[in-house]
Design a protein around this ligand. Sequence first.
Ligand code: XCC
Length: 654
Amino acid sequence: MADKEAKSIDQATIEMIEKAAEDGARVVFERAEKMRPCPIGAEGSCCKICAMGPCRVALPKGKTETAEEKRRRVGVCGATPETIAARNFLRMIAAGTASHGDHGRTMAKFLLAVAKGEAPGYEIKDEQKLLQLALDFGVAIGERSNEEIAIDVGEIMLKEFGKQDGELLFLKRAPLKRQELWRKLGVAPEGIDKEVAEAMHRTHMGTDQDYHDLLHNGVKVALADGWGGSMIATEIHDVLFGTPSPVASQINLGVLKEDEVNIIIHGHEPQLAEMMAVVSQDPEMIKYAKSKGAKGINLAGMCCTANEMLMRHGVPIAGNFLQQELAVVTGAVEAMVVDVQCIMQGLVDTANCYHTKVITTDRRAKIQGATHMEFDEHNAAESAKAIIKTAIDNFVNRGKNVRIPSQKTDMIAGFSHETINYLLGGMFRASYRPLNDNIINGRIRGVAGVVGCNNPRVTHDIQLDMVKELIKNDVLVLQTGCMAMASAKAGLMVPEAAAKYAGEGLASVCETVGIPPVLHMGACIDNTRILMAATAMVKDGGLGDDLSDLPVAGAAPEWMSEKALAIGQYFVGSGVFTVFGVTWPTIGNEEVTKLLFKDMEGMYGGMWAFEPDPIKAAKLMIEHIDKKRKALGIDKAGDRVLYDMEMRRELDAV
Ligand code: XCC
């Protein structure tokens, strides 16, 4: 087990933290030590939504209060600690949903541009997926071209953002029972942007002041992410760039190359990165790099752009969220090319100690001190070339202070929902049946999604303990985002890991199918692939008739972003037990926390939990999985007796 006081369990990370200190470069690990979290804000007890405050309504630790004291522990407007905690929570979910939604909207517009021939260099790569979407939306196929169909599909998707009436179309993908529950509870979302705007309105001073109502609205907004904005983004990525299938690559800072121009692509929306992958292999560009003394151009990814490029092209990953500045500290990165989300402003300060150019490329995300080279999708190849050329020109400025850690690990990624379906059932019988059967017969105990970020408030990559505990107990683990990278770095994403780390039952299934015990399903928006996989399990039968019946659980053990909270809430609202680590944003308020951790189960079949110890959190997940197995009557699968007709008759006679 990892040393809980350590900054990271990853050697490459530790080595670069030390180098940063030697070089006088500041990185996130050092800043986290200096900046202690505000205890009142951390527990959700600070309200700063109007200028009568900010009001702090925390109950000091260990202090009890009388009913009268509690009545007086309110904000200037009279807002109770419950309203304040719930409002803060809802605003975080709304921000996360807005981020994924804005990404999805950008993709819908991009699909339209490609289909109309306004974005040369891009094309529709997955016709099957496009046609499936057309069927989902009732778009005519007939003799029409892919482009004509894509225009209709793109317009329908774009409308999902501003729709004022009617449910989001992808809700129909969920099991029927779940859809009915959402309608009954009044949380079936309508327009994605409308839900975000309404949440901001509800949380404005003097509006919604009932914490139950605020938290239910949190579910509604989050569902507009999972079954809306994120799902749209994933689907369009697949249509335009291809649905991922298994691909081999490598991960960690050791993928950087001493003798090549190193360019890191970092952020979330993959359209520029896709073009950079093409242009970086252009003989003209390679020749130019050689003219500057480099042997070639090495493209590597960071954060979710890394996951996108890995899943479809096998582009190596330099590291996860907390390693972004450390890549610069190697002294070997010519350009850090960023777009939106999870880009630390501190990158620019770190880069000032080396020769690295931080290049912002998106109109929505500029950073003071960075070089802004806006990406123009209508002229994508030229944009990508200009950026790569800037990086190549910077190669000559690389100093002598270069140290690339040796660590890099082999991995297999590319497990989309469709790929799992195919791997399990074969091309002609693609199905989740074998997975369901192996869950029913007990070889696989259940399925866990372990997703989310890194957070310097806990040991970097410590979630590995959770993943190892789960697979040791025969739980198949699905991963996305920065958590997937932690497991990949530790060698869990190769088929051989099954024999080494998994329990006997899970290992036997992995060996038969030829998959690792931990499957990389993509970027954070691709958590929707996990929703689809879980839905397919329900539809295949034998494991209940709703997502909340499945022996599954979710976790984000090192979360930090508002997006992670939106993701967690849409899993809970879809019926999944979800455990978060690090810290919990309503922990200062008993009532609000009880509603999220306990009462939600009675309403949604899923609920939250907070457990910072990854092994204890894994045990909670396994307990929940066992509870669901018991409810399904498959808890003693090994001893199950299959009754023949005669035995049944005998039973009836008793
Ligand atoms: Fe979190 Fe999403 Fe960012 Fe990584 S990149 S830090 S949100 S896990 Ni998606």
